[in-house]
Design a binder for this molecule. Structure first.
Ligand SMILES: Cc1ncc(COP(=O)(O)O)c(C=O)c1O
Length: 365
């Protein structure tokens, strides 16, 4: 039996009737740009995250970029982020003209290591971006303590962490703002690109509202050189239909992670570690192992898709060669890049499918 990496067929069946009705209504109203459906979803998502404002934009990348721009980040500033993340986290800082500064990660959680943060801070540091990787939040208390000591804003990259909590606080609600992607494979994914900035800071919300809409203050009055980066109305309809199911789907992911823990026990792999003070919702189920290439080939031969998130840390990417880093600068991230492997994971994955993956892994060893 082949096992797909992700399969949202069951999710889509659940919401299909509501989405069809919502899309028809948008078509009949011909209200394709912004309008009530986008506002409705923004309000629902803000309430879900426990913040005052949510501003829909067209991707997670733009959510991060527009939030940084809204915070006034620009040339001459520095933005700190982990080197072990998807490249968009760094790109958004680069788009502003700021200098990107990297921090290594904790080996247990794969998130930004707060112990290594302070020595990267300079007078130019404007924002720190912790990334909540794979569905588990970074160590926000320690990161916020360092940031507050130096008067630096913390912007959460929540693009892989929809609905997950740290000491009861939802992802995106602890920093000055949180940025989400609604790329289709995310915990809350659209049927196309989308993103959102959440915040309780009125000024930041207002800035992002203007920046996503040509810097507009009135129909043809423009305060800034803004962008066209609005959340598509049709995506807002899909996301509104999915949001009420998100907590349940996150619980289902935890059950699947439990199946993995049971069936991978005893194999020479390192399983993802939950932490007592925060949830792990397993947006990605990433294990670590030696001899990854051979294992991947064996899984592929059995029709099981496994992926690598991420094979190259950002400081060693060709795109960041100008930053002047070399192999060995961030040893934990580099080691994890060599060993990490993401296994199939989606809320409706069955125990039989997990057993299939586990069996194929066993045979690989
Ligand atoms: C950690 C992280 N940051 C940013 C992004 C960018 O989001 P998008 O693909 O919606 O632009 C992603 C998406 O893959 C991500 O995983």
């Amino acid at each position: 039996m082949s096992v797909p990496f992700i399969d949202f067929t069951e999710q889509n069946k659940l919401i299909r009737a509501q989405v069809d009705a919502g899309l028809n209504s948008v078509i009949e109203k011909a209200s394709f740009i912004m309008g009530p459906d986008v506002k409705k979803f923004e309000d629902e998502f803000a309430a879900y995250c426990g913040v005052k404002y949510a501003v829909g934009v067209n991707s997670g990348t733009d959510a991060l970029y527009l939030a940084l721009a809204g915070l006034g980040v620009g040339p001459g500033d520095e933005v700190i982020l982990p080197t072990y993340t998807f490249i968009a986290t760094a790109l958004c800082a680069s788009y502003t003209g700021a200098q990107v500064k990297f921090v290594d990660i904790e080996e247990a959680s794969y998130n930004m290591d707060p112990a290594k943060l302070e020595k990267v801070i300079t007078k130019k540091t404007k924002v720190i971006i912790p990334v909540h990787l794979y569905g588990q939040m970074a160590n926000m208390d320690e990161i916020l303590a360092v940031a507050n000591k130096h008067g630096i804003a913390v912007l959460e990259d929540s693009c892989q962490a929809h609905g997950t909590r740290y000491k009861g606080h939802r992802s995106g609600s602890m920093g000055i703002g949180g940025c989400f992607s609604f790329y289709p494979t995310k915990g809350l994914g659209g049927w196309g690109d989308g993103g959102i900035v959440v915040t309780s800071d009125e000024k930041l919300a207002h800035m992002v509202q203007m920046l996503r809409d040509y810097g507009r203050t009135d129909r043809y009055a423009h305060k800034f050189k803004g962008h066209n980066s609005r959340l598509d109305t049709l995506q807002a309809v899909v996301l509104s239909a999915k949001l009420p199911h998100l907590d349940k789907w996150n619980e289902m992911r935890k059950v699947v992670a439990g199946f993995y823990a049971k069936h991978l026990a005893g194999l020479p792999v390192i399983l993802p570690k939950g932490q007592a003070d925060r949830e792990h919702v397993y947006q990605t189920y990433a294990i670590r192992l030696k001899d990854r290439a051979r294992v991947m080939d064996n899984l592929k031969a059995k029709g099981i898709t496994a992926l690598i998130h991420y094979p190259i840390p950002i400081h060693l990417q060709e795109a960041y060669v100008d930053a002047g880093f070399k192999q060995g600068d961030f040893p934990v991230s580099e080691k994890i890049c060599d060993e990490i492997l993401s296994l199939p994971m989606f809320p409706h994955m069955t125990e039989a499918q997990v057993i299939e993956v586990a069996q194929a892994l066993k045979e690989s060893f």
